[in-house]
Design a protein around this ligand. Structure first.
Ligand code: DQA
Length: 164
């Protein structure tokens, strides 16, 4: 059968969205850097895009490294992908990096601000080497760009698996 004429229905992916420390303060926290949108609204927009893309998302925000590690571990064989803004833990956390690496979950790292344009201590990410890629600097849209990139990557992987 010609697959272009009769495409297989798109698989529904389940995505875990993790927001790191201080992102609960979005909207009031340094709006000149992080924008005026609240985390609740960011999550609503993520949800909307996910629905349009036939994906399911679960969003969690925590100020605690261990809770984020637990959430990543619990994603094993539950979620297909991870969209994460590790916030300050980007620059400090071997534990988050090891958790992602341990469960080998396809991961996209996002940042509202362009971390490479800011203080030198923000230029290094412990997460980037275990992520598919990083999106940084597009404000609240970084999340949507990251989610779309993650879903496209998962679809490409499925398609490659079905032809090989
Ligand atoms: C951030 C950038 C980090 O350097 C910072 O610690 C944050 C937010 C961002 O989204 O731009 O808390 O991850």
């Amino acid at each position: 059968m010609n697959s272009d004429v009769n495409p297989a229905p798109l698989r529904q992916f389940s995505i875990l969205v993790l927001h790191g420390p201080n992102l609960n303060l979005l909207g009031q926290r340094e709006p000149e850097i992080y924008g005026a949108m609240t985390l609740e609204k960011v999550d609503q927009n993520i949800q909307q895009l996910a629905e349009a893309q036939n994906a399911r998302v679960t969003s969690i925000q925590s100020n605690h490294e261990g809770i984020l590690v637990d959430a990543i571990q619990a994603a094993f064989q539950v979620h297909d992908g991870l969209l994460i803004n590790p916030a300050a833990y980007t620059h400090t956390s071997v534990a988050l990096r090891d958790a992602i690496s341990a469960i080998a979950i396809p991961t996209v790292e996002v940042h509202l601000s362009n971390i490479h344009k800011r203080e030198a201590f923000r230029h290094h990410s412990y997460i980037a080497p275990v992520a598919i890629g990083q999106i940084s600097g597009f404000g609240h849209r970084s999340y949507l760009l990251g989610l779309q990139a993650l879903i496209d990557w998962l679809r490409d992987r499925d398609q490659q698996a079905s032809v090989s």
